[in-house]
Design a binder for this molecule. Structure first.
Ligand SMILES: Cc1ncc(COP(=O)(O)O)c(C=O)c1O
Length: 444
Protein backbone atom coordinates (compact mmCIF):
# COMPACT_ATOMS: atom_id res chain seq x y z
CA UNK A 1 0.00 0.00 0.00
CA UNK A 2 1.45 3.36 -1.05
CA UNK A 3 1.64 6.06 1.56
CA UNK A 4 -0.71 9.03 1.21
CA UNK A 5 2.19 11.49 0.75
CA UNK A 6 3.66 9.41 -2.04
CA UNK A 7 0.32 9.02 -3.82
CA UNK A 8 -0.48 12.72 -3.50
CA UNK A 9 2.83 13.69 -5.07
CA UNK A 10 2.10 11.37 -7.99
CA UNK A 11 -1.54 12.44 -8.34
CA UNK A 12 -1.09 16.18 -8.03
CA UNK A 13 2.43 17.02 -9.21
CA UNK A 14 4.36 16.48 -12.40
CA UNK A 15 7.78 14.85 -11.99
CA UNK A 16 10.70 15.92 -14.18
CA UNK A 17 13.44 13.96 -15.97
CA UNK A 18 11.29 10.80 -15.75
CA UNK A 19 12.25 9.18 -19.05
CA UNK A 20 9.02 7.14 -18.84
CA UNK A 21 5.32 8.15 -18.78
CA UNK A 22 4.27 9.63 -15.43
CA UNK A 23 2.05 6.66 -14.58
CA UNK A 24 5.01 4.29 -14.90
CA UNK A 25 7.35 6.51 -12.93
CA UNK A 26 8.20 5.39 -9.40
CA UNK A 27 10.06 8.12 -7.54
CA UNK A 28 11.86 7.27 -4.36
CA UNK A 29 10.11 8.84 -1.36
CA UNK A 30 12.65 10.56 0.85
CA UNK A 31 11.56 10.95 4.42
CA UNK A 32 14.71 12.40 5.96
CA UNK A 33 18.35 13.03 5.19
CA UNK A 34 21.61 13.58 7.05
CA UNK A 35 25.30 13.71 6.10
CA UNK A 36 25.65 11.59 2.93
CA UNK A 37 22.55 9.48 3.69
CA UNK A 38 18.84 9.64 2.88
CA UNK A 39 16.09 7.37 4.22
CA UNK A 40 12.89 6.27 2.52
CA UNK A 41 9.45 5.77 4.10
CA UNK A 42 10.39 2.26 5.22
CA UNK A 43 13.47 3.46 7.04
CA UNK A 44 15.80 2.05 4.40
CA UNK A 45 19.08 3.95 4.27
CA UNK A 46 20.74 4.99 1.01
CA UNK A 47 24.08 6.60 0.33
CA UNK A 48 23.43 9.66 -1.80
CA UNK A 49 25.91 8.73 -4.52
CA UNK A 50 24.71 11.50 -6.84
CA UNK A 51 24.52 14.23 -4.14
CA UNK A 52 20.89 14.40 -5.35
CA UNK A 53 21.66 16.11 -8.70
CA UNK A 54 25.33 16.79 -8.00
CA UNK A 55 24.33 19.76 -5.90
CA UNK A 56 24.18 18.85 -2.19
CA UNK A 57 27.97 19.02 -2.12
CA UNK A 58 28.27 19.67 1.61
CA UNK A 59 25.82 16.89 2.50
CA UNK A 60 22.61 17.18 4.48
CA UNK A 61 22.02 18.67 7.91
CA UNK A 62 24.83 21.24 7.98
CA UNK A 63 23.94 23.25 11.07
CA UNK A 64 25.87 26.40 10.15
CA UNK A 65 24.00 26.74 6.85
CA UNK A 66 20.69 26.00 8.54
CA UNK A 67 21.36 28.66 11.20
CA UNK A 68 22.39 31.23 8.56
CA UNK A 69 19.10 30.70 6.69
CA UNK A 70 17.11 30.88 9.94
CA UNK A 71 18.83 34.12 10.90
CA UNK A 72 18.29 35.60 7.43
CA UNK A 73 14.60 34.77 7.26
CA UNK A 74 14.06 36.28 10.70
CA UNK A 75 15.94 39.52 9.97
CA UNK A 76 15.41 40.20 6.27
CA UNK A 77 13.55 37.58 4.25
CA UNK A 78 13.43 39.45 0.96
CA UNK A 79 14.81 42.53 -0.79
CA UNK A 80 13.73 43.76 -4.25
CA UNK A 81 16.43 43.38 -6.91
CA UNK A 82 16.93 47.13 -7.32
CA UNK A 83 17.75 47.59 -3.61
CA UNK A 84 20.88 46.61 -1.76
CA UNK A 85 21.57 44.77 1.51
CA UNK A 86 24.62 43.54 3.37
CA UNK A 87 24.84 39.88 2.33
CA UNK A 88 24.43 40.63 -1.37
CA UNK A 89 27.70 42.57 -1.35
CA UNK A 90 29.34 40.09 0.99
CA UNK A 91 28.70 37.14 -1.32
CA UNK A 92 29.72 39.12 -4.41
CA UNK A 93 33.00 40.04 -2.74
CA UNK A 94 33.71 36.46 -1.60
CA UNK A 95 33.06 35.12 -5.09
CA UNK A 96 35.25 37.66 -6.85
CA UNK A 97 38.04 38.13 -4.31
CA UNK A 98 38.39 34.58 -2.95
CA UNK A 99 37.04 32.17 -5.51
CA UNK A 100 36.80 33.26 -9.17
CA UNK A 101 39.64 33.49 -11.68
CA UNK A 102 41.47 36.82 -11.41
CA UNK A 103 39.88 38.39 -14.51
CA UNK A 104 36.37 38.31 -13.01
CA UNK A 105 34.74 41.46 -11.68
CA UNK A 106 31.03 41.03 -10.87
CA UNK A 107 28.33 38.49 -10.09
CA UNK A 108 24.71 38.52 -11.19
CA UNK A 109 22.51 36.21 -9.11
CA UNK A 110 19.76 33.98 -10.47
CA UNK A 111 17.70 31.11 -9.06
CA UNK A 112 19.52 28.18 -10.64
CA UNK A 113 21.61 26.99 -13.56
CA UNK A 114 19.14 27.35 -16.42
CA UNK A 115 18.44 31.01 -15.80
CA UNK A 116 22.16 31.63 -15.17
CA UNK A 117 22.76 30.39 -18.71
CA UNK A 118 19.85 32.48 -20.03
CA UNK A 119 21.51 35.58 -18.64
CA UNK A 120 24.92 34.53 -19.94
CA UNK A 121 23.42 34.27 -23.45
CA UNK A 122 21.74 37.63 -23.09
CA UNK A 123 24.85 39.33 -21.72
CA UNK A 124 27.05 37.88 -24.46
CA UNK A 125 24.67 38.99 -27.23
CA UNK A 126 24.32 42.47 -25.71
CA UNK A 127 28.02 43.05 -25.17
CA UNK A 128 29.24 41.71 -28.52
CA UNK A 129 26.30 42.83 -30.66
CA UNK A 130 26.55 39.38 -32.30
CA UNK A 131 23.85 36.71 -32.59
CA UNK A 132 25.27 33.21 -32.92
CA UNK A 133 25.90 30.96 -29.94
CA UNK A 134 28.05 27.81 -29.95
CA UNK A 135 27.55 24.88 -27.60
CA UNK A 136 28.41 21.22 -27.82
CA UNK A 137 26.63 17.95 -28.42
CA UNK A 138 26.26 15.72 -25.35
CA UNK A 139 25.87 18.71 -23.09
CA UNK A 140 23.26 19.83 -20.59
CA UNK A 141 22.78 23.53 -19.88
CA UNK A 142 19.20 23.65 -18.60
CA UNK A 143 15.55 23.42 -19.48
CA UNK A 144 14.41 26.96 -20.27
CA UNK A 145 14.32 28.09 -23.90
CA UNK A 146 17.77 29.58 -24.23
CA UNK A 147 19.46 27.03 -21.96
CA UNK A 148 17.49 24.26 -23.69
CA UNK A 149 18.70 25.53 -27.06
CA UNK A 150 22.25 25.35 -25.74
CA UNK A 151 21.70 21.79 -24.54
CA UNK A 152 23.09 19.22 -26.94
CA UNK A 153 21.60 15.87 -25.92
CA UNK A 154 18.93 13.98 -27.87
CA UNK A 155 16.28 14.69 -25.18
CA UNK A 156 16.25 18.29 -26.33
CA UNK A 157 14.07 17.03 -29.19
CA UNK A 158 11.06 17.96 -27.09
CA UNK A 159 12.12 21.60 -27.37
CA UNK A 160 12.37 21.78 -31.16
CA UNK A 161 12.46 24.18 -32.85
CA UNK A 162 15.26 25.63 -30.77
CA UNK A 163 16.17 29.32 -31.00
CA UNK A 164 17.74 30.21 -34.37
CA UNK A 165 21.46 30.89 -34.28
CA UNK A 166 22.32 28.17 -31.74
CA UNK A 167 25.01 26.04 -33.34
CA UNK A 168 26.42 22.74 -32.10
CA UNK A 169 30.04 21.60 -32.24
CA UNK A 170 31.50 18.21 -31.43
CA UNK A 171 33.81 18.24 -28.43
CA UNK A 172 36.49 15.62 -27.76
CA UNK A 173 34.50 12.96 -25.93
CA UNK A 174 37.08 10.44 -26.97
CA UNK A 175 35.56 7.20 -25.70
CA UNK A 176 32.88 7.31 -28.41
CA UNK A 177 34.91 8.97 -31.14
CA UNK A 178 35.70 6.91 -34.22
CA UNK A 179 39.33 7.93 -34.49
CA UNK A 180 41.85 6.65 -31.97
CA UNK A 181 44.62 9.14 -31.27
CA UNK A 182 48.13 8.23 -30.20
CA UNK A 183 48.30 11.10 -27.72
CA UNK A 184 45.96 13.56 -26.04
CA UNK A 185 47.76 16.40 -27.80
CA UNK A 186 46.91 14.85 -31.18
CA UNK A 187 43.26 14.64 -30.21
CA UNK A 188 43.29 18.25 -29.04
CA UNK A 189 44.85 19.46 -32.29
CA UNK A 190 42.26 17.51 -34.32
CA UNK A 191 39.27 18.94 -32.46
CA UNK A 192 40.61 22.49 -32.38
CA UNK A 193 41.09 22.35 -36.13
CA UNK A 194 37.49 21.23 -36.61
CA UNK A 195 36.26 23.97 -34.31
CA UNK A 196 38.25 26.64 -36.09
CA UNK A 197 36.78 25.44 -39.40
CA UNK A 198 33.28 25.76 -37.94
CA UNK A 199 34.01 29.25 -36.61
CA UNK A 200 35.28 30.29 -40.04
CA UNK A 201 32.28 28.81 -41.83
CA UNK A 202 29.79 30.49 -39.47
CA UNK A 203 31.56 33.84 -39.71
CA UNK A 204 33.52 34.57 -36.53
CA UNK A 205 32.24 38.15 -36.43
CA UNK A 206 28.69 36.77 -36.05
CA UNK A 207 29.49 34.54 -33.05
CA UNK A 208 28.74 36.04 -29.63
CA UNK A 209 29.67 33.17 -27.34
CA UNK A 210 31.15 29.71 -27.06
CA UNK A 211 29.63 27.65 -24.22
CA UNK A 212 31.27 24.62 -22.65
CA UNK A 213 30.80 22.65 -19.44
CA UNK A 214 34.33 22.75 -18.02
CA UNK A 215 33.77 19.06 -17.29
CA UNK A 216 30.79 17.51 -19.06
CA UNK A 217 28.30 16.66 -16.34
CA UNK A 218 25.12 14.65 -16.65
CA UNK A 219 26.06 13.38 -20.12
CA UNK A 220 28.77 11.26 -18.55
CA UNK A 221 31.65 13.18 -16.95
CA UNK A 222 33.79 13.50 -20.06
CA UNK A 223 37.21 15.03 -19.48
CA UNK A 224 38.86 16.88 -22.34
CA UNK A 225 42.28 15.92 -23.64
CA UNK A 226 45.25 17.98 -22.52
CA UNK A 227 45.29 21.52 -23.88
CA UNK A 228 41.78 21.50 -25.37
CA UNK A 229 40.27 24.16 -23.10
CA UNK A 230 43.39 26.31 -23.44
CA UNK A 231 43.22 26.00 -27.23
CA UNK A 232 39.56 26.98 -27.19
CA UNK A 233 40.43 30.00 -25.03
CA UNK A 234 43.00 31.08 -27.62
CA UNK A 235 40.59 30.64 -30.53
CA UNK A 236 37.85 32.61 -28.73
CA UNK A 237 40.30 35.43 -27.98
CA UNK A 238 41.50 35.46 -31.57
CA UNK A 239 37.96 35.90 -32.92
CA UNK A 240 36.52 38.10 -30.13
CA UNK A 241 34.11 35.33 -29.12
CA UNK A 242 33.18 35.27 -25.43
CA UNK A 243 34.13 31.99 -23.75
CA UNK A 244 31.47 30.86 -21.27
CA UNK A 245 32.31 28.04 -18.86
CA UNK A 246 29.21 26.38 -17.44
CA UNK A 247 30.30 25.37 -13.94
CA UNK A 248 26.82 24.62 -12.65
CA UNK A 249 27.76 20.99 -11.95
CA UNK A 250 31.55 21.05 -12.05
CA UNK A 251 31.98 24.09 -9.78
CA UNK A 252 32.40 24.59 -6.05
CA UNK A 253 35.11 22.02 -5.39
CA UNK A 254 33.37 19.11 -7.11
CA UNK A 255 36.51 18.71 -9.24
CA UNK A 256 39.01 19.81 -6.58
CA UNK A 257 39.13 23.54 -7.44
CA UNK A 258 36.47 26.19 -6.91
CA UNK A 259 35.87 25.99 -10.65
CA UNK A 260 37.04 23.16 -12.88
CA UNK A 261 38.35 25.63 -15.48
CA UNK A 262 40.89 26.79 -12.88
CA UNK A 263 42.48 23.33 -12.99
CA UNK A 264 43.39 24.11 -16.59
CA UNK A 265 44.48 27.67 -15.80
CA UNK A 266 41.69 29.08 -17.98
CA UNK A 267 40.17 32.53 -17.55
CA UNK A 268 36.79 32.44 -19.32
CA UNK A 269 34.90 35.68 -20.01
CA UNK A 270 31.80 34.39 -18.25
CA UNK A 271 31.21 31.62 -15.70
CA UNK A 272 27.76 30.29 -14.84
CA UNK A 273 27.17 28.52 -11.53
CA UNK A 274 24.41 27.20 -9.22
CA UNK A 275 24.03 23.94 -7.26
CA UNK A 276 27.19 23.69 -5.11
CA UNK A 277 27.33 27.45 -4.45
CA UNK A 278 25.13 26.81 -1.41
CA UNK A 279 24.67 23.04 -1.73
CA UNK A 280 21.04 23.82 -2.65
CA UNK A 281 19.89 24.59 0.88
CA UNK A 282 17.99 27.37 -0.96
CA UNK A 283 17.72 28.17 -4.68
CA UNK A 284 20.61 30.21 -6.07
CA UNK A 285 22.59 30.43 -9.27
CA UNK A 286 24.54 33.13 -10.98
CA UNK A 287 26.76 34.54 -13.67
CA UNK A 288 30.28 35.84 -13.15
CA UNK A 289 31.43 38.42 -15.66
CA UNK A 290 34.92 39.63 -16.53
CA UNK A 291 36.26 43.13 -15.95
CA UNK A 292 35.74 43.99 -19.66
CA UNK A 293 32.09 42.91 -19.60
CA UNK A 294 31.57 44.67 -16.32
CA UNK A 295 33.00 47.89 -17.83
CA UNK A 296 30.50 47.62 -20.65
CA UNK A 297 27.68 47.71 -18.10
CA UNK A 298 29.39 50.56 -16.21
CA UNK A 299 28.52 52.60 -19.27
CA UNK A 300 25.25 50.97 -20.30
CA UNK A 301 22.09 50.00 -18.42
CA UNK A 302 21.44 46.36 -17.52
CA UNK A 303 17.86 46.40 -18.73
CA UNK A 304 16.71 43.05 -17.38
CA UNK A 305 16.38 41.18 -14.09
CA UNK A 306 14.50 38.76 -11.85
CA UNK A 307 12.19 39.29 -8.88
CA UNK A 308 14.27 36.76 -6.99
CA UNK A 309 17.65 38.17 -8.06
CA UNK A 310 20.05 37.87 -5.09
CA UNK A 311 17.31 36.38 -2.89
CA UNK A 312 18.53 36.77 0.70
CA UNK A 313 17.87 33.14 1.66
CA UNK A 314 19.90 31.74 -1.22
CA UNK A 315 22.62 34.32 -0.66
CA UNK A 316 22.86 33.72 3.11
CA UNK A 317 23.03 29.98 2.47
CA UNK A 318 25.83 30.52 -0.06
CA UNK A 319 27.96 32.61 2.29
CA UNK A 320 27.57 29.99 5.03
CA UNK A 321 28.22 27.10 2.63
CA UNK A 322 31.40 28.63 1.22
CA UNK A 323 32.63 29.27 4.77
CA UNK A 324 31.89 25.62 5.57
CA UNK A 325 33.88 24.46 2.53
CA UNK A 326 36.77 26.55 3.84
CA UNK A 327 36.40 25.58 7.52
CA UNK A 328 36.33 21.86 6.65
CA UNK A 329 39.08 22.33 4.04
CA UNK A 330 36.98 20.46 1.50
CA UNK A 331 39.43 21.37 -1.25
CA UNK A 332 42.27 19.40 0.35
CA UNK A 333 39.88 16.58 1.22
CA UNK A 334 38.61 16.24 -2.37
CA UNK A 335 42.14 16.29 -3.75
CA UNK A 336 43.18 13.58 -1.28
CA UNK A 337 40.24 11.34 -2.20
CA UNK A 338 40.46 11.96 -5.96
CA UNK A 339 43.34 9.54 -6.74
CA UNK A 340 41.78 6.93 -4.44
CA UNK A 341 38.51 7.19 -6.35
CA UNK A 342 40.31 6.91 -9.70
CA UNK A 343 42.14 3.82 -8.48
CA UNK A 344 38.95 2.23 -7.14
CA UNK A 345 37.03 2.89 -10.36
CA UNK A 346 39.85 1.33 -12.36
CA UNK A 347 39.81 -1.66 -10.01
CA UNK A 348 36.08 -2.08 -10.71
CA UNK A 349 36.71 -1.83 -14.43
CA UNK A 350 39.38 -4.52 -14.35
CA UNK A 351 37.11 -6.82 -12.39
CA UNK A 352 33.83 -6.35 -14.29
CA UNK A 353 33.46 -7.26 -17.93
CA UNK A 354 30.44 -4.95 -18.27
CA UNK A 355 32.37 -1.77 -17.53
CA UNK A 356 33.54 -0.13 -20.73
CA UNK A 357 35.04 3.02 -19.29
CA UNK A 358 35.51 4.86 -16.02
CA UNK A 359 36.21 8.57 -15.77
CA UNK A 360 36.77 10.84 -12.82
CA UNK A 361 38.23 14.10 -11.64
CA UNK A 362 37.96 15.24 -8.04
CA UNK A 363 34.86 13.55 -6.65
CA UNK A 364 33.13 13.70 -10.01
CA UNK A 365 33.04 10.32 -11.70
CA UNK A 366 31.16 8.11 -14.12
CA UNK A 367 30.97 4.40 -14.84
CA UNK A 368 30.01 3.64 -18.42
CA UNK A 369 28.70 0.14 -19.03
CA UNK A 370 29.21 -1.47 -22.39
CA UNK A 371 28.21 -4.69 -24.15
CA UNK A 372 31.58 -4.86 -25.76
CA UNK A 373 34.94 -3.40 -24.81
CA UNK A 374 36.03 -3.32 -28.45
CA UNK A 375 33.06 -1.50 -29.96
CA UNK A 376 32.08 0.44 -26.83
CA UNK A 377 28.44 -0.35 -27.66
CA UNK A 378 26.02 0.86 -25.00
CA UNK A 379 23.65 -1.44 -23.13
CA UNK A 380 20.08 -0.45 -23.83
CA UNK A 381 18.04 -3.26 -22.26
CA UNK A 382 18.36 -5.87 -19.54
CA UNK A 383 17.81 -9.63 -20.03
CA UNK A 384 14.02 -9.15 -19.90
CA UNK A 385 14.12 -6.37 -22.49
CA UNK A 386 13.43 -3.59 -19.98
CA UNK A 387 15.27 -0.24 -20.29
CA UNK A 388 18.73 -0.90 -18.85
CA UNK A 389 19.47 2.33 -17.03
CA UNK A 390 16.21 2.39 -15.14
CA UNK A 391 16.66 -1.21 -14.02
CA UNK A 392 20.26 -0.56 -13.03
CA UNK A 393 19.26 2.41 -10.90
CA UNK A 394 16.70 0.16 -9.17
CA UNK A 395 19.36 -2.51 -8.56
CA UNK A 396 21.61 0.16 -7.06
CA UNK A 397 18.76 1.18 -4.78
CA UNK A 398 18.54 -2.40 -3.54
CA UNK A 399 22.18 -2.06 -2.50
CA UNK A 400 21.42 1.27 -0.80
CA UNK A 401 22.93 3.51 -3.46
CA UNK A 402 20.98 6.42 -4.89
CA UNK A 403 22.25 8.04 -8.08
CA UNK A 404 21.25 8.87 -11.66
CA UNK A 405 22.67 8.43 -15.12
CA UNK A 406 22.32 8.79 -18.85
CA UNK A 407 22.49 6.16 -21.62
CA UNK A 408 24.37 3.28 -20.03
CA UNK A 409 26.40 5.51 -17.74
CA UNK A 410 25.88 6.11 -14.03
CA UNK A 411 27.22 9.10 -12.14
CA UNK A 412 29.53 8.79 -9.17
CA UNK A 413 29.34 12.10 -7.34
CA UNK A 414 28.87 11.66 -3.59
CA UNK A 415 28.82 14.67 -1.25
CA UNK A 416 32.26 16.22 -0.86
CA UNK A 417 32.28 15.41 2.86
CA UNK A 418 32.37 11.67 2.05
CA UNK A 419 35.12 10.01 4.09
CA UNK A 420 37.56 7.41 2.77
CA UNK A 421 35.71 4.78 4.80
CA UNK A 422 32.38 5.78 3.24
CA UNK A 423 34.01 5.74 -0.20
CA UNK A 424 35.18 2.17 0.42
CA UNK A 425 31.65 1.22 1.43
CA UNK A 426 30.27 2.68 -1.82
CA UNK A 427 32.79 0.68 -3.86
CA UNK A 428 31.95 -2.52 -1.97
CA UNK A 429 28.25 -2.05 -2.73
CA UNK A 430 28.93 -1.16 -6.37
CA UNK A 431 31.14 -4.20 -6.78
CA UNK A 432 28.20 -6.43 -5.81
CA UNK A 433 25.57 -4.46 -7.78
CA UNK A 434 27.58 -4.54 -11.00
CA UNK A 435 27.33 -8.36 -11.12
CA UNK A 436 23.81 -7.68 -12.40
CA UNK A 437 25.30 -5.95 -15.48
CA UNK A 438 28.02 -8.58 -15.96
CA UNK A 439 25.22 -11.11 -16.13
CA UNK A 440 23.50 -9.14 -18.93
CA UNK A 441 26.74 -8.84 -20.91
CA UNK A 442 27.56 -12.54 -20.45
CA UNK A 443 24.13 -13.43 -21.82
CA UNK A 444 24.56 -11.43 -25.05
C1 LIG B 1 26.02 21.91 -16.43
C2 LIG B 1 24.63 22.32 -16.08
N1 LIG B 1 24.17 23.51 -16.50
C3 LIG B 1 22.92 23.94 -16.20
C4 LIG B 1 22.06 23.15 -15.47
C5 LIG B 1 20.67 23.62 -15.18
O1 LIG B 1 20.54 23.97 -13.84
P1 LIG B 1 19.11 24.06 -13.15
O2 LIG B 1 18.51 22.71 -13.19
O3 LIG B 1 19.43 24.57 -11.77
O4 LIG B 1 18.31 25.07 -13.90
C6 LIG B 1 22.49 21.89 -15.02
C7 LIG B 1 21.60 21.03 -14.25
O5 LIG B 1 21.86 19.89 -13.97
C8 LIG B 1 23.80 21.47 -15.34
O6 LIG B 1 24.27 20.28 -14.96
Amino acid sequence: MERKEYTAAKNYTLFSFTGVPQKEYRPIYIEKADNIYVWDENGKEYIDLGSQLVNVNIGFGNQNIIKAIQHQVETLAYVAPKHSYEQRGELGEILIEEIAPKNMQKAFFTLGGSDANEFAIRIAKTVTGRDKIFSKYESYHGATYGAGSLTGEPDRASLFPTIPGFIKYQAPHLYHYDIEFATEEEATAHFLKRLQYQFEMEGPDKIAAFFIESVTGSNGVYLYPKGYLKGVRELCTKYGILMVCDEVMSGFLRCGEWFACQKEGIEPDIITFAKGVNSSYAPLGGVLISKEISEYFDNNPFATGLTYNAHPLGVAAAIACIREYQRLDIKTHVNQLAPILTEQLNWLKEKHISIGDVRSTGLFGAIEFSQNRETHAKISTDKEGRPFLQQMLLVLREYGLLTFGQGSTILFAPPLITTEEQLNEIITRLDKAIEYVDDIVNSI
